[in-house]
Ligand binder design. Structure first.
Ligand code: ATP
Ligand code: MG
Length: 510
């Protein structure tokens, strides 16, 4: 049998950033017709390597061949004309434009209006072929995260991409959307495309890829056919040690609720009622899981619970103290920690890593004498936290904005969990999003430890496995309401999955 064509060959790619060797003589080959998973711990250099292929960075050394020809890729334009497409973690779409308009922006097509019909026809064909449900005429703001991602993929395909790079595509998807994406990837591979899939989720990698490449500290350490490896070995290759399984323990909760909300009505950014009528109680030493497809009011709910969003009606009590519509600084002072979904937004990108770590606790006496900050103590402490949380950064003085996605997430978690002694409640939104296996385990362990100390935790996650592992109780949200509540003994994937689509708890057969 003839071996498939090499669509891409990257040889000995080296890329330095100030103080960091992001890619260290890394090599990577993508074959026609394969889904190739790219794995590695946070900061291993995956995004950098693929950004180089897409022309966003110029390598310091190394060679790139596309379909056997040596190429210089000076920017995304060069990449696109070589048939390379990339879907980033953050979508780059214009919300007020339609799907078709978004796809045409930047394409070399002229006479858009004239040929609009033809373009729509071609897009509809592609949409139908991949079995999607988006329409070329829908406005992007109306789409779910999964649909926006389809638009990004469609954009690449429409421009004739044969090589498609997806950077952690499933981190924004629901389990159902992930299934659809994987069908799409397999279809592309069977059409002769080459797909690069960056992911931290080993079960997904095992399910959808043909080959996997593992990176460690900027190097590509191994490439293997997926069927010749397993999750355990992959984790070992990435981390360089065996990982232990987290054991879930039964709830030790009870007594008075530490957080109590009743009759909440909350508006979203557009002024629409995102939370219609929600009441809940969180007990000490309890992890309350909140399941739901993103966009059903859960983001607005948790923002209200940490004082970042006003409620239109209802009451919030913390340890019996009325907190309704008080400023977020009061919530912090009263012991509410918040791990936000978009950690980047809650990081001061231009400040140093150390400054970010102490951001919330600079009034702490350890760091300041009256108004003067004791920088020596700050940097000592920061150094310790960087080590404890395994934050990959050249130094505590480096700009936080330059850290890899997973390391920014670790930074925020370190800041929230490490420096407050009086934490009563942790509100965690997608805390392991973007984290590699070792860090996910680390964060989950931190949450369990906090629970054991009596902290009440609200955990928002779209990863049902994570929710089932950690939660003592799960509530399911749909269209601004709680449609069901399950104690640990009744956790069931299908049941929760159904409730997430709006089937009420009582209607689900036990
Ligand atoms: N523009 C930049 N300036 C400075 N350093 C950078 C820049 N981009 C990446 N780095 C550094 O290069 C290293 C590799 O980062 P990269 O984003 O490629 O990692 P990754 O494997 O994608 O990690 P993650 O899983 O967390 O997304 C990290 O230490 C990161 O801080
Ligand atoms: Mg990355």
């Amino acid at each position: 049998m003839e071996s498939p064509e090499k669509l891409v060959e990257m040889r000995s790619i080296t890329k330095r950033f100030p103080g960091v060797l992001a890619n260290d003589s890394a090599s990577f080959t993508l074959l026609r017709g394969e889904v190739h998973a790219l794995l590695g711990e946070n900061g291993a250099g995956k995004t950098t390597l693929m950004n180089i292929l897409y022309g966003l960075y110029t390598p310091d050394a190394g060679e790139i061949f596309v379909r056997g020809r040596r190429v210089q890729i000076r920017g995304p334009k060069d990449a696109i004309s070589l048939g390379i497409g990339m879907v980033h973690q953050q979508f780059r779409l214009i919300p007020t434009h339609t799907v078709a308009e978004n796809i045409i922006v930047g394409a070399r097509d002229v006479g858009f209006v004239l040929r609009f019909g033809r373009i729509n026809e071609r897009l509809s064909e592609l949409i139908k072929y991949y079995g999607w449900s988006i329409s070329p005429t829908s406005k992007v703001w109306q789409l779910t995260a999964g649909e926006k991602q389809q638009v990004e993929i469609l954009k690449a395909l429409y421009r004739g991409a044969e090589i498609l790079i997806l950077d952690e595509p499933t981190s924004v998807l629901t389990p159902q959307e992930t299934v659809v994406l994987f069908q799409t990837l397999r279809k592309m591979a069977s059409q002769g495309l080459g797909v690069v899939l960056i992911s931290h989720k080993l079960d997904e990698v095992m399910a959808v890829s043909d080959r996997v490449t593992v990176m460690r500290r900027g190097r590509t350490i191994v490439t293997k056919p997926t069927r010749e490896t397993n999750q355990r070995e992959l984790a070992f290759l990435m981390v360089g040690r065996e990982l232990s399984e987290l054991e879930a323990r039964p709830m030790a909760a009870g007594g008075k609720p530490v957080l109590e909300a009743s009759g909440l009505q909350i508006l979203d950014d557009k002024g629409l009622l995102a939370v219609k009528n929600i009441s809940l109680r969180l007990f000490r030493g309890e992890i309350l899981g909140v399941a739901g497809v993103s966009g059903n009011g859960q983001e607005e709910l948790i923002e209200a619970l940490v004082g970042l969003r006003k409620v239109r009606a209802g009451k919030i009590l913390l340890d019996g103290v009325e907190m309704t519509n008080r400023p977020s600084a009061d919530f912090i002072r009263e012991g509410v920690a918040y791990i936000p979904a978009e950690s980047l937004r809650y990081t001061a990108a231009d400040m140093t890593v150390a400054e970010n770590i102490i951001l919330k606790s600079y009034r702490n006496r350890r760091f300041s004498k009256r108004i003067f900050i004791n920088w020596k103590t700050v940097y000592d402490e920061a150094g310790k936290i960087i080590k404890d949380f395994n934050i990959v950064t050249p130094s505590p003085f480096s700009k936080a904005g330059n850290l890899s996605g997973g390391n920014i997430q670790r930074l925020v978690i370190a800041r929230e969990l490490n420096l407050q002694d009086n934490i009563k409640v942790i509100v965690a939104a997608y805390p392991s999003k973007g984290l590699d296996v070792a860090s996910t385990e680390f964060v989950q362990r931190k949450l369990v430890e906090a629970r054991e100390k009596g902290v009440g935790i609200i955990l928002l996650s779209e990863d049902l496995e994570e929710l089932f592992l950690l939660s003592d109780r799960i509530i399911v949200m749909y269209r601004g309401e709680i449609v069901g509540e399950l104690p640990r003994q009744q956790f069931d994937l299908e049941k929760v999955g159904l409730m997430m689509t709006g089937v009420k708890g009582a209607e689900v057969k036990a």
